[in-house]
Write a protein of this length. Sequence first.
Length: 166
Amino acid sequence: MSGVLKIEISESMETLQQLLSQHKTAKMQQRVQVLYWVKTKQAETVEHLATLVGRHRTTVSRWLSEYRAGGLVQLLNIQTSPGRTRKIPPSVEAKLREELKDPQGFSSYKEIQVWLKAMCDLDVGYTVAHKLVRYRLKAKLKVPRPVHTKQKEGVVEEFKKKLLKD
């Protein structure tokens, strides 16, 4: 009869129950739950297991194949992608962090782009430079606000003194 499970679960029901309570993520719990249902004979086919767990039958079948191949360790080993490598390596980030500590520093993100091209031979876009400095390094380009040409000298200091008195 097709669809009937031909698998022997070596773990005990107590071990599976303990694993169910230990794992906090849904991915792990669902995988252990499938083994538990097979062990207690609550489900007899892959199709029934799939409907119980709310996954596609091929997913459940793949989980059971992983269990057959390497046991519980193989089943609970969830592969994750390492992701894309950064455009700016950590050594360049460290150099830039030191350069940002300089009091003169940079006046714009475009200037940072030029510095990266000249010093580190990295051609990165404006957005990459901005996100690196602003969000990853948590730095701000400190540029004083422009002062109006007609503003009298000392007016700002007087205002600050009055403000502190009140």
